[in-house]
Design a protein around this ligand. Structure first.
Ligand code: SAM
Length: 288
Protein backbone atom coordinates (compact mmCIF):
# COMPACT_ATOMS: atom_id res chain seq x y z
CA UNK A 1 0.00 0.00 0.00
CA UNK A 2 1.35 3.46 -0.90
CA UNK A 3 2.53 5.72 1.93
CA UNK A 4 -0.15 8.31 1.14
CA UNK A 5 -2.86 5.66 1.56
CA UNK A 6 -1.43 4.73 4.97
CA UNK A 7 -1.78 8.34 6.12
CA UNK A 8 -5.56 8.02 6.37
CA UNK A 9 -5.30 4.66 8.14
CA UNK A 10 -2.73 5.46 10.84
CA UNK A 11 -2.14 8.73 12.65
CA UNK A 12 1.62 8.66 13.12
CA UNK A 13 4.91 7.41 11.64
CA UNK A 14 5.97 3.80 12.20
CA UNK A 15 8.53 2.81 14.82
CA UNK A 16 12.20 2.28 14.01
CA UNK A 17 15.41 1.31 15.80
CA UNK A 18 15.69 4.75 17.41
CA UNK A 19 12.10 5.63 18.14
CA UNK A 20 9.87 2.83 19.29
CA UNK A 21 7.42 1.52 21.89
CA UNK A 22 9.69 -1.21 23.24
CA UNK A 23 10.88 0.56 26.40
CA UNK A 24 7.40 1.78 27.39
CA UNK A 25 5.80 -1.59 26.73
CA UNK A 26 8.27 -3.06 29.25
CA UNK A 27 7.23 -0.73 32.10
CA UNK A 28 5.85 -2.68 35.01
CA UNK A 29 2.97 -0.28 35.76
CA UNK A 30 1.77 -0.39 32.16
CA UNK A 31 2.04 -4.16 31.97
CA UNK A 32 0.19 -4.53 35.26
CA UNK A 33 -2.77 -2.52 33.94
CA UNK A 34 -3.10 -4.81 30.91
CA UNK A 35 -2.59 -7.92 33.05
CA UNK A 36 -5.29 -6.84 35.53
CA UNK A 37 -7.76 -6.16 32.73
CA UNK A 38 -7.10 -9.54 31.15
CA UNK A 39 -7.67 -11.19 34.52
CA UNK A 40 -11.09 -9.50 34.61
CA UNK A 41 -11.75 -11.01 31.18
CA UNK A 42 -10.62 -14.53 32.02
CA UNK A 43 -13.87 -15.75 33.69
CA UNK A 44 -15.72 -15.13 30.39
CA UNK A 45 -13.33 -17.31 28.37
CA UNK A 46 -13.51 -21.05 27.73
CA UNK A 47 -10.65 -23.43 28.61
CA UNK A 48 -9.41 -23.16 25.04
CA UNK A 49 -9.87 -19.81 23.38
CA UNK A 50 -9.01 -17.75 20.33
CA UNK A 51 -8.03 -14.08 20.64
CA UNK A 52 -7.62 -11.38 18.01
CA UNK A 53 -5.54 -8.47 19.34
CA UNK A 54 -6.00 -5.34 17.19
CA UNK A 55 -3.17 -2.81 17.49
CA UNK A 56 -1.00 -5.53 19.02
CA UNK A 57 2.05 -3.27 19.01
CA UNK A 58 5.17 -4.82 20.45
CA UNK A 59 3.32 -7.85 21.78
CA UNK A 60 2.27 -6.96 25.32
CA UNK A 61 -1.33 -8.23 25.06
CA UNK A 62 -0.17 -11.51 23.58
CA UNK A 63 2.50 -11.89 26.24
CA UNK A 64 -0.12 -11.44 28.94
CA UNK A 65 -2.40 -14.05 27.35
CA UNK A 66 0.52 -16.44 26.97
CA UNK A 67 1.35 -15.99 30.66
CA UNK A 68 -2.30 -16.58 31.62
CA UNK A 69 -2.38 -19.86 29.70
CA UNK A 70 0.49 -21.09 31.89
CA UNK A 71 -0.82 -19.74 35.20
CA UNK A 72 -4.44 -20.80 34.68
CA UNK A 73 -3.79 -23.93 32.62
CA UNK A 74 -5.66 -22.68 29.54
CA UNK A 75 -4.92 -23.07 25.86
CA UNK A 76 -5.08 -20.21 23.39
CA UNK A 77 -4.48 -19.19 19.81
CA UNK A 78 -3.65 -15.48 19.52
CA UNK A 79 -3.52 -13.38 16.36
CA UNK A 80 -1.86 -10.02 16.91
CA UNK A 81 -2.60 -7.46 14.18
CA UNK A 82 -0.64 -4.25 13.68
CA UNK A 83 0.32 -2.23 10.58
CA UNK A 84 3.76 -1.35 11.96
CA UNK A 85 6.49 -3.65 10.57
CA UNK A 86 8.91 -2.79 13.38
CA UNK A 87 6.30 -3.61 16.04
CA UNK A 88 5.43 -6.89 14.36
CA UNK A 89 9.12 -7.89 14.13
CA UNK A 90 9.77 -7.01 17.78
CA UNK A 91 6.60 -8.75 18.98
CA UNK A 92 7.40 -11.90 16.96
CA UNK A 93 10.96 -12.01 18.32
CA UNK A 94 9.86 -11.55 21.94
CA UNK A 95 6.75 -13.73 21.85
CA UNK A 96 7.26 -17.21 20.39
CA UNK A 97 4.46 -19.77 20.57
CA UNK A 98 4.47 -22.16 23.50
CA UNK A 99 2.87 -25.55 23.99
CA UNK A 100 -0.23 -23.90 25.43
CA UNK A 101 -0.33 -20.75 23.34
CA UNK A 102 -0.12 -20.60 19.57
CA UNK A 103 0.86 -17.12 18.39
CA UNK A 104 0.95 -15.34 15.04
CA UNK A 105 1.60 -11.65 14.44
CA UNK A 106 0.14 -10.35 11.21
CA UNK A 107 1.04 -7.06 9.58
CA UNK A 108 -2.13 -5.18 8.70
CA UNK A 109 -4.68 -2.56 9.64
CA UNK A 110 -7.54 -2.95 12.08
CA UNK A 111 -9.78 -1.73 9.25
CA UNK A 112 -9.05 -5.03 7.41
CA UNK A 113 -9.39 -7.34 10.37
CA UNK A 114 -12.01 -9.63 8.83
CA UNK A 115 -9.83 -10.41 5.80
CA UNK A 116 -6.70 -10.71 7.93
CA UNK A 117 -8.11 -13.37 10.27
CA UNK A 118 -10.33 -15.18 7.75
CA UNK A 119 -9.47 -18.88 7.67
CA UNK A 120 -7.42 -18.57 10.88
CA UNK A 121 -10.10 -18.16 13.55
CA UNK A 122 -13.02 -20.61 13.95
CA UNK A 123 -15.96 -20.10 11.55
CA UNK A 124 -18.25 -19.05 14.39
CA UNK A 125 -15.76 -16.34 15.39
CA UNK A 126 -13.10 -15.55 18.01
CA UNK A 127 -13.73 -15.88 21.76
CA UNK A 128 -12.04 -12.56 22.47
CA UNK A 129 -11.14 -9.44 20.51
CA UNK A 130 -8.90 -6.93 22.27
CA UNK A 131 -7.84 -3.36 21.57
CA UNK A 132 -5.32 -2.51 24.27
CA UNK A 133 -4.28 1.09 24.59
CA UNK A 134 -4.64 1.59 20.90
CA UNK A 135 -8.17 2.80 20.07
CA UNK A 136 -7.28 6.48 20.68
CA UNK A 137 -4.43 6.13 18.20
CA UNK A 138 -6.59 5.02 15.31
CA UNK A 139 -7.63 7.92 13.07
CA UNK A 140 -10.84 9.32 14.66
CA UNK A 141 -13.03 8.34 11.70
CA UNK A 142 -11.61 4.81 11.74
CA UNK A 143 -12.25 4.13 15.43
CA UNK A 144 -15.87 3.05 15.18
CA UNK A 145 -15.40 1.07 11.93
CA UNK A 146 -12.49 -0.84 13.51
CA UNK A 147 -14.48 -1.59 16.69
CA UNK A 148 -17.38 -2.66 14.49
CA UNK A 149 -15.17 -4.96 12.40
CA UNK A 150 -13.72 -6.39 15.63
CA UNK A 151 -17.20 -7.10 16.96
CA UNK A 152 -18.06 -8.87 13.67
CA UNK A 153 -15.22 -11.37 14.09
CA UNK A 154 -16.41 -12.29 17.61
CA UNK A 155 -18.49 -15.43 18.11
CA UNK A 156 -21.88 -15.06 19.84
CA UNK A 157 -21.10 -14.86 23.57
CA UNK A 158 -17.53 -13.76 22.85
CA UNK A 159 -15.97 -10.76 24.60
CA UNK A 160 -14.48 -7.48 23.45
CA UNK A 161 -11.78 -6.15 25.78
CA UNK A 162 -10.58 -2.56 25.45
CA UNK A 163 -8.74 0.08 27.46
CA UNK A 164 -7.46 3.59 26.88
CA UNK A 165 -5.34 6.10 28.72
CA UNK A 166 -6.12 8.89 26.26
CA UNK A 167 -9.67 9.84 27.13
CA UNK A 168 -10.94 13.24 28.26
CA UNK A 169 -10.58 12.16 31.91
CA UNK A 170 -7.01 10.81 31.68
CA UNK A 171 -5.35 13.86 33.24
CA UNK A 172 -8.36 15.75 34.61
CA UNK A 173 -6.86 15.80 38.11
CA UNK A 174 -3.37 16.95 37.11
CA UNK A 175 -3.48 18.57 33.66
CA UNK A 176 -0.68 21.04 34.40
CA UNK A 177 1.72 18.40 35.71
CA UNK A 178 1.20 16.40 32.49
CA UNK A 179 1.11 19.44 30.21
CA UNK A 180 4.04 21.59 31.36
CA UNK A 181 6.90 19.32 30.29
CA UNK A 182 5.42 19.17 26.77
CA UNK A 183 4.89 22.94 26.67
CA UNK A 184 8.49 23.53 27.76
CA UNK A 185 9.83 21.08 25.18
CA UNK A 186 7.76 22.73 22.43
CA UNK A 187 8.89 26.21 23.50
CA UNK A 188 12.45 25.30 22.56
CA UNK A 189 11.25 25.19 18.92
CA UNK A 190 9.03 28.26 19.17
CA UNK A 191 5.93 26.14 19.71
CA UNK A 192 2.57 27.66 20.64
CA UNK A 193 -0.47 25.61 21.61
CA UNK A 194 -2.55 24.63 18.57
CA UNK A 195 -6.33 25.16 18.65
CA UNK A 196 -6.94 21.41 18.99
CA UNK A 197 -4.82 18.81 20.81
CA UNK A 198 -2.92 16.52 18.43
CA UNK A 199 -4.73 13.44 19.65
CA UNK A 200 -8.49 13.38 20.06
CA UNK A 201 -9.29 12.52 23.69
CA UNK A 202 -12.90 11.44 23.64
CA UNK A 203 -15.07 11.29 26.74
CA UNK A 204 -15.17 7.62 27.82
CA UNK A 205 -18.95 7.58 27.18
CA UNK A 206 -18.30 7.97 23.46
CA UNK A 207 -16.31 4.73 23.40
CA UNK A 208 -18.96 3.03 25.55
CA UNK A 209 -21.55 4.12 23.01
CA UNK A 210 -19.43 2.86 20.11
CA UNK A 211 -19.28 -0.58 21.74
CA UNK A 212 -23.06 -0.51 22.27
CA UNK A 213 -23.67 0.66 18.72
CA UNK A 214 -22.03 -2.51 17.40
CA UNK A 215 -24.60 -4.54 19.32
CA UNK A 216 -22.27 -5.48 22.20
CA UNK A 217 -23.53 -5.41 25.77
CA UNK A 218 -21.10 -3.54 28.02
CA UNK A 219 -20.69 -5.90 30.99
CA UNK A 220 -17.72 -4.24 32.68
CA UNK A 221 -16.59 -0.63 32.90
CA UNK A 222 -13.93 0.67 35.22
CA UNK A 223 -11.75 3.73 35.67
CA UNK A 224 -8.44 2.97 37.35
CA UNK A 225 -5.56 5.17 38.45
CA UNK A 226 -2.10 4.22 37.27
CA UNK A 227 0.95 6.14 38.48
CA UNK A 228 3.66 6.16 35.87
CA UNK A 229 7.21 6.41 37.20
CA UNK A 230 9.51 8.99 35.66
CA UNK A 231 11.29 6.24 33.70
CA UNK A 232 7.98 5.31 32.03
CA UNK A 233 7.38 8.93 31.02
CA UNK A 234 10.84 9.11 29.49
CA UNK A 235 10.13 5.82 27.70
CA UNK A 236 6.83 7.04 26.20
CA UNK A 237 8.70 10.03 24.77
CA UNK A 238 10.56 7.53 22.57
CA UNK A 239 7.32 6.37 20.93
CA UNK A 240 6.49 8.01 17.57
CA UNK A 241 2.74 7.88 18.36
CA UNK A 242 3.16 9.95 21.52
CA UNK A 243 5.70 12.39 20.08
CA UNK A 244 3.62 12.98 16.96
CA UNK A 245 0.58 13.64 19.17
CA UNK A 246 2.57 16.31 21.03
CA UNK A 247 3.95 17.76 17.78
CA UNK A 248 0.45 18.14 16.34
CA UNK A 249 -0.65 19.88 19.55
CA UNK A 250 1.58 22.88 18.79
CA UNK A 251 2.22 25.31 15.97
CA UNK A 252 5.97 25.84 15.58
CA UNK A 253 8.21 28.61 14.33
CA UNK A 254 10.83 25.93 13.64
CA UNK A 255 9.07 22.59 13.42
CA UNK A 256 11.30 19.95 15.04
CA UNK A 257 11.82 16.49 13.62
CA UNK A 258 10.27 13.71 15.67
CA UNK A 259 13.75 12.80 16.97
CA UNK A 260 14.50 16.38 18.04
CA UNK A 261 11.18 16.73 19.85
CA UNK A 262 11.58 13.28 21.39
CA UNK A 263 14.96 14.23 22.87
CA UNK A 264 13.59 17.44 24.35
CA UNK A 265 10.51 15.67 25.74
CA UNK A 266 12.69 13.03 27.37
CA UNK A 267 14.69 15.77 29.11
CA UNK A 268 11.54 17.56 30.33
CA UNK A 269 9.56 14.50 31.46
CA UNK A 270 12.80 13.13 32.94
CA UNK A 271 12.61 15.98 35.46
CA UNK A 272 9.01 15.22 36.42
CA UNK A 273 7.93 13.37 39.52
CA UNK A 274 5.90 10.16 38.99
CA UNK A 275 2.45 11.13 37.68
CA UNK A 276 -0.90 9.43 38.05
CA UNK A 277 -3.36 9.27 35.16
CA UNK A 278 -6.65 7.52 34.60
CA UNK A 279 -7.09 4.45 32.47
CA UNK A 280 -10.54 3.42 31.31
CA UNK A 281 -11.42 -0.25 30.80
CA UNK A 282 -14.33 -1.90 29.02
CA UNK A 283 -15.49 -5.45 28.46
CA UNK A 284 -18.33 -5.92 26.00
CA UNK A 285 -20.10 -9.17 25.22
CA UNK A 286 -21.71 -10.21 21.97
CA UNK A 287 -25.23 -11.49 22.64
CA UNK A 288 -25.35 -15.31 22.46
C1 SAM B 1 0.24 2.39 22.05
S1 SAM B 1 0.44 1.04 20.98
C2 SAM B 1 -0.28 -0.24 21.98
C3 SAM B 1 0.28 -1.58 21.65
C4 SAM B 1 -0.21 -2.75 22.49
N1 SAM B 1 -1.62 -3.01 22.30
C5 SAM B 1 0.11 -2.55 23.95
O1 SAM B 1 -0.83 -2.42 24.75
O2 SAM B 1 1.28 -2.55 24.31
C6 SAM B 1 -0.83 1.29 19.74
C7 SAM B 1 -0.66 0.44 18.49
O3 SAM B 1 -1.77 0.71 17.62
C8 SAM B 1 -1.29 0.53 16.31
N2 SAM B 1 -2.20 1.12 15.32
C9 SAM B 1 -2.29 2.41 14.93
N3 SAM B 1 -3.19 2.56 13.95
C10 SAM B 1 -3.69 1.31 13.70
C11 SAM B 1 -4.67 0.80 12.81
N4 SAM B 1 -5.30 1.58 11.94
N5 SAM B 1 -4.95 -0.52 12.86
C12 SAM B 1 -4.33 -1.33 13.77
N6 SAM B 1 -3.37 -0.90 14.62
C13 SAM B 1 -3.06 0.40 14.59
C14 SAM B 1 0.08 1.18 16.32
O4 SAM B 1 0.88 0.75 15.24
C15 SAM B 1 0.60 0.74 17.69
O5 SAM B 1 1.39 -0.41 17.61
Amino acid sequence: MAAEDNASRINHPFQDGRMNFTAFSRCLEYRREVAELMLEALPYLPERFTQVDIGAGNGLGTQVTKGMTEVFLRRAAVYGIDPDPYAIAQASKDTPSSERCEIAFIEGFGQDIETLVAGRIPKEGADMVSILDAVHEFPPDAQFPIIQAGARVLRPGGIFVMNSTFTSIATEENPAAWGFPAVKAALKFGGRKAKQPGLLQRPPEEYTQMLRNTGLEVIYYQVVGVTLPTSAMVAICQYPGFVEGVRKSFVFDNEPTLEQLSEELQIRYGKSRPLPRKWVRWIGQKPA
